[in-house]
Structures are given as structure tokens and as C-alpha cells.
Design a protein around this ligand. Structure first.
Ligand SMILES: [Zn+2]
Length: 495
């Protein structure tokens, strides 16, 4: 059974990846998941899940790789069983969003584009007016989103789990209560520095008091537009290339990474990586507009792309396509963090006078980490309750408390990713600080200029998704993953 299952699993992941790539890169109008799900429906029936569970129970504890392999397939089958139960609604929501238009200053803009306009809109009243229109569109599909979520929740119970939260904890062997405890500690221990520095920045850059700040202001604030000219769009690819060169990686010779930089009207504004065949066909999709957030997004996706591109072709497919996403996010954040390094800014972008910038970008990073801490706390409740009635108020309250930007209730089902992805990000941020620290100590404080650091990264990337983030941290000798280094870093950098 396993041989056939494996082959079809790899095919499904490739086709799914290609479909997302074509839609998000603006080469195809609508997401057509139904076709793929129908063709491979045998992979995630309740029977298949039951069989995989049985295989796992029978697998000898002496063959660890075999057990992990079956567990990866079981996780995949379960995730897709849930998504399959909701696919009609997923498509409907995607179609609603792609057809939605907003009347804005005499023209019609796409739902996705509105987000980009808000991020760049200096005038607060315009920003708020556009945000309000976007909120109305979001609210227009909240019934569909609630229906989708209840289908996913019901499917979790159909598999015999108490709820969606328990399903993820058990299958991924994670303790979300403990992680939420760590997240709460992070919120507490960074609270005072965050409030002080955010208050200063909002007064200085946005001319508003922290008590008056709203979520829409955060979108603009996070963009740090005043530094745009330091991060020109036409230098993005050179910076990518030179950063990799420092690590001894010649990106021109990496034929398995295809950089899609073609402008297309419906192309996603944010960079993304689509690993279609791992490691043979990785798409790195960019739409360079310049600015620090564009650079950070590109470097983040470059981290994913390198991880998948250096994954050993001889690994079993289940160790390439699915695993603990906190691991690939760690590699992505490692690169994502480079524009916070003074030497990197000076040598890559001739931006030597960067102290104020680094403080600002660190503050935005703390904002994001705090946002995700609140998301995890919210998602634990949302996915344990079968009733959504208290969710909007809880979302608004947790987000407002953590970020200090007043956040309404409208986004309680859009500001959310499936499968507790918030937990993956939080674990990745914590692991990344430790990994970066390790690279600096073992190789060079400018680790991105060390070929030996590059060799080391290639060695760990070679194992693809065979290990989870905790196992990888332990193997490197820097585990267990906890939030202490991250909390210290914020308090030190923002002092
Ligand atoms: Zn990522």
C-alpha cells in the first residue's frame, strides 16, 4: 500500500503546488482545487487514514525513520481530509475575493491591491476610508468563512478527536498550552519596552498617540515607507545573488530555482515560494516594488527556496513535501532577518548610517511576534469551541491588548491560517535566534559571508523535512527551543 500511496502523494503535492503557483503568480484566473481533489480522493478518505494509523501502530519502535515516515503521511492525509471537507467553500471564498472590487479615488481596485494601497497611504483619513471599504468586503464573506470553519471542525470530530485543537496537538506531537504559556510570557516581558518605543514611534512618524492607534495605522506603520529609497526595487535580485554568493552558493547555477519576476496584473504583491517538485522545480516568485518589507519578504522566501532546493533528491517524498513547518520557517526567518544586520545593510546596500532603521525594524518585528502570540492564544480558544459566538470579541480584545492598535472584530476569520500556523511561526522565531547565534559563534559574526556557514546550512537543508524543528535544534546542540533568547534580544535591541 505504502509504495502506491507515496507515489500519488508526491503527484498530488506537485499538482497542488503548481495550481497555487499559477493562480498566485497571475497566470491563471481561478483556483481549481476540485479537479485535483477528485483525482486523488483515495489518499485522504477515512479508510486511508485508518490504514495509516494501523500501520503506525504496527511499526516497530526500532525503525524510527519508518515510523516518522508513516506519521508524515498520516498528518498529510488528515490535513487534506479536513480541507477536502471544506473545499467547495474554500473555492467560493477565493472566487469572492478575486471578483471583489473597491471603488477608490475614481478607479476600481482589487481586494488584494487595497492592502498594498493602505500600506503606502500617508494620509490617515484616506487610509481609514479605504480600510473601512475593505472591512465591508471581508464582512461580506464572513458567513462563508464561518461555514468553512464549522465544516473543518466537524470533520475533525468525525475522525474521533475531541476538537480541531486536540487533533493538531496529537498528530504533530505539540503542546499548544505550553507554547501559549511561553507566548504569554513573551507578551509580559516585552510589554513595557514595546509600549515605550511604540508610543515614541507613533508620535514621531504618524503624529498620533498610542491610545488612538488603530489596526489600519499598523499596516502603514509596519511598512516603514520613509526608508523606501534605501531599498530600491532594481537592486533586489543583485542583493539576493550576492547574499548567496557569500555563503558559497552560485544562484546563476541553481537551475532548480526558477525566479519568476515577470510583471503580471494579478500577480501576488507579496513574494512567495512554490516548491512544485522538490528539489527539482522550485519557483521563487517576486514582484519587486522596493522598500524594506519587499526585501524582507524576498529574503524570507529565498530561505524557503534554498531549503527545498538543497533537499536531498534521494529522500522519501514524505520527507520533502510535508513535515514540521516551523523548520522551513526557521530557515526563512534566518534570511528574513538580514536587513536587521548593520554590516549586511552597509555592504549590500551601502546603507551604513542604519542605527535608527534597525531600531524601527526591530520594533516592527516585535509587533509581529506579539501579534502572533495573541493569534495563538485566540486560535486555541477558537478551535476548541464549537460555537463561534464569542470569537469576534475575543479576537478583537487579544489583538488590541498585544499590539496596542485597536483592532475591530471583522477580521476574526481572515486574520487566521489553517492548522495552527501561528504556532509554527512562533517556534520558528524562537529557533531562528538560537540558530543565528550559533552561526555567528561558530563561523563568523557576519555569517552570511562565510562559506563554511553555507556548507553547514546545506548539510542541514539536505535532510529536508525529515526532522522536526525541536529535533533539528537538538541535533545542532542548541535545543530545546524556548522564548528566552528572543525576549532578551528585543529588550536588548530596543533598550
Ligand atoms: Zn514562510
Amino acid at each position: 500500500m505504502l509504495e502506491t500511496y507515496r507515489r500519488e502523494y508526491a503527484e498530488f503535492n506537485s499538482q497542488w503546488g503548481r495550481e497555487y503557483y499559477l493562480v498566485l503568480s497571475g497566470q491563471k484566473d481561478t483556483l481549481e482545487l476540485m479537479r485535483i481533489y477528485e483525482r486523488y480522493s483515495d489518499l485522504f478518505t477515512q479508510d486511508s487514514i485508518f490504514l495509516l494509523k494501523q500501520l503506525l501502530e504496527e511499526a516497530s519502535p526500532d525503525f524510527a525513520t519508518n515510523r516518522v515516515s508513516i506519521n508524515h503521511l498520516l498528518n498529510f492525509a488528515t490535513d487534506q481530509f479536513l480541507e477536502n471537507a471544506a473545499k467547495v467553500l474554500t473555492e467560493e471564498i477565493s472566487a469572492y475575493e478575486s471578483q471583489s472590487r473597491i471603488e477608490w479615488q475614481g478607479r476600481e481596485i482589487h481586494f488584494q491591491e487595497a492592502f498594498v494601497v493602505i500600506k503606502n497611504e500617508r494620509d490617515r483619513e484616506s487610509r481609514r476610508a479605504l480600510y473601512q471599504k475593505r472591512v465591508e468586503l471581508i464582512e461580506g464573506a464572513n458567513d462563508l468563512r464561518a461555514e468553512r470553519l464549522s465544516k473543518i471542525h466537524a470533520a475533525s470530530r468525525a475522525l474521533g478527536f475531541e476538537n480541531y485543537a486536540v487533533l493538531h496537538e496529537q498528530l504533530r506531537n505539540q503542546d499548544y498550552a505550553a507554547l501559549a504559556g511561553e507566548a504569554e510570557k513573551l507578551l509580559e516581558q516585552t510589554e513595557s519596552i514595546y509600549v515605550i518605543r511604540l508610543g515614541e514611534a507613533l508620535r514621531r512618524d504618524l503624529h498620533i498617540k498610542i491610545e488612538d492607534a488603530e489596526r489600519v495605522d499598523a499596516l502603514y506603520f509596519l511598512n516603514l515607507s520613509e526608508y523606501d529609497e534605501k531599498f530600491p526595487a532594481n537592486q533586489l535580485l543583485r542583493v539576493y545573488k550576492e547574499t548567496l554568493q557569500g555563503l558559497g552558493i552560485d544562484s546563476d547555477k541553481q537551475k532548480n530555482i526558477y525566479i519568476d519576476s515577470e510583471p503580471r496584473p494579478r500577480k501576488s504583491a507579496r513574494a512567495f515560494c512554490a516548491p512544485i517538485e522538490i528539489p527539482e522545480e522550485i519557483k521563487l516568485v517576486i514582484r519587486p516594488v522596493g522598500g524594506q518589507s519587499d526585501y524582507q519578504a524576498m529574503l524570507h522566501e529565498a530561505g524557503h527556496a534554498q531549503h527545498y532546493a538543497w533537499t536531498s533528491p534521494t529522500l522519501l517524498p514524505e520527507f520533502k513535501y510535508t513535515g514540521d513547518y516551523a523548520l522551513t520557517e526557521t530557515y526563512a526567518f534566518l534570511f528574513n532577518h538580514l536587513p536587521t544586520e548593520s554590516d549586511w545593510l552597509a555592504s549590500m546596500l551601502r546603507f551604513a548610517d542604519n542605527r535608527a532603521f534597525i531600531r524601527s525594524v526591530t520594533l516592527t518585528r516585535l509587533h509581529i511576534v506579539r501579534r502572533y502570540a495573541a493569534k495563538l492564544m485566540y486560535e486555541r480558544k477558537l478551535h476548541a469551541d464549537n460555537n463561534l459566538s464569542s470569537a469576534p470579541a475575543l479576537y478583537s480584545q487579544l489583538q488590541t491588548n498585544a499590539t496596542k492598535f485597536q483592532t475591530g472584530e471583522a477580521e476574526f476569520l481572515t486574520d487566521l491560517d489553517d492548522g495552527f500556523y501561528s504556532a509554527n511561526y512562533l517556534r520558528a522565531w524562537a529557533f531562528e535566534v538560537a540558530l543565528r547565534d550559533y552561526l555567528k559563534t561558530r563561523f563568523d559574526t557576519r555569517w552570511w559571508k562565510s562559506k563554511r556557514a553555507g556548507n553547514f546550512l546545506r548539510e542541514i537543508w539536505d535532510t529536508g523535512d525529515r526532522y522536526n524543528a525541536d529535533e533539528m535544534a537538538a541535533q545542532i546542540g542548541i535545543g530545546p527551543i524556548n522564548f528566552d533568547l528572543l525576549i532578551d534580544e528585543f529588550n536588548r535591541e530596543l533598550k
